[in-house]
Design a protein around this ligand. Sequence first.
Ligand code: NOJ
Length: 525
Amino acid sequence: MHWWQSGVIYQIYPRSFQDTNGDGVGDLKGIAARLPYLVELGVDAIWLSPIFVSPMADFGYDIADYTGIDPLFGTLDDFDALLGRAHALGLKVLLDFVPNHTSNRHPWFAESRVSRQSAKREWYIWRNGASEGGPPNNWLSEFGGSAWEYDAASDQYFYHAFLREQPDLNWRNPAVRAAMHDVMRFWLDRGVDGFRVDVIWHLIKDEAFRDNPPNPDFSDGEPAYRALLPLYSTDRPEVHEVVRELRAVIDEFPDRVLIGEVYLPVEKLAAYYGDNLTGAHLPFNFALIETPWRADAIASLIDRYENSLPPGAWPNWVLGNHDRPRLASRIGAEQARVAAMLLLTLPGTPFLYYGDELGMTQAAIPPGRIRDPWGINVPGLGRDGCRTPMPWAASALAGFSTAEPWLPLADDSGPCNVESAGADPASLLNLYRKLLALRRAHPALAEGSYRPVAQSGNVLAYERVLASERLLMALNFGSKTENTDAISSTCRGTWLLSSAVDRPGGPAAGPLVLRPHEGVIISLG
Ligand code: NOJ
């Protein structure tokens, strides 16, 4: 079993974790200072959203130097210190690798746009306009408008799947591949434990640049990007060769991991594991973010996902990230407790987004403080609300900074903070701590095989089994008491944990009655 299979990965959005130099933006020294909190929480690895040199048009997802740390976050020495400290504490460190596009201020792009004859012209995707005028084809930017930007100097367009400040690299060009592989080696040589790869399914575009077809399910009011199916601009068959090459670089180093960001239906994730598992170790499974929060929908999702995985492929589960509304606001504070139990007991690697362990809610951002370019381009789609500063204490500015933070603190930053929640046995934070401790004490939770037991009404029950250990999870997705006849007969054993605070442990016998919004873990036998 690899660490990235049994472990829990915690995503940090560095701008919002801990500020140490009083500029209102989090930094690497801040992350280093907070590592003991993560050790106490019980996670195994951290993934840092981008920390590289960037004009910050998309807050670090527009990189101008892949091997330099942005001064806002610190220095390379700060990074080495953070990595060393994390390793000394037994935590792995993953970086965010953004290979699909650079910043428009990257020297490669500056050189590429000089002229059609530039030595770096073919590093990006330049095309002539359509014969009838206008952009080369109908492809849309995920962040609104055409994905093509006209460059008057050379009378050509360049392609950008996201902002115009994020021109896409041309991954059909072997020189681009080689340069980016060297970027990976730079960080792997320094000791990082792997990468989360940004928009991996975007890396190769249709060679003939065919128009994308209309989306028959598009309805008014949806983001304009949804008007077309991104058939020719994403998820092309040739992308798997590129992923295999990234994996080969990872495999030059012992025990590193390759995680790919793929927003596709679960059935399509299988291909990203690669033939004979030579692709990504973990193509992200975001389905829990998108599936209705109901026992039946989640039971069938687990089945679909399990059944679609290639032999030997390791699953993973994500409840939140820096692009999606906060979990506690999506499903409510009571179900956030059930979600914690689900995430940490399903088969596969769990990803935990910073602050979700506190039940942070989606912050309402006043119009004048919107920072996300997507939210500025397409009102209502901004992601600032899930990126607000981590509340550490009940003190001024929540112990995050001594200056006004780059984004306002969420409204819940009063009672919802590490200090207060840590002292409250009933808090979600302490439930996470208990669940993470239980995962360490009972390897069946991380490594055991999965067996569905029952789904009936609001209740979902399943087992994890390893050697002689059999653990039963029963989760109530509803607000009523549930008398779960369907599972009671199997339910003889010991209560290990309830998400309800005042439910004592001890022998479990007789009918299993779940309280409203309660999840339980029972050791059978
Ligand atoms: C996906 C990242 O998660 C998101 O934050 C970013 O804006 C886009 N990729 C573009 O890099």
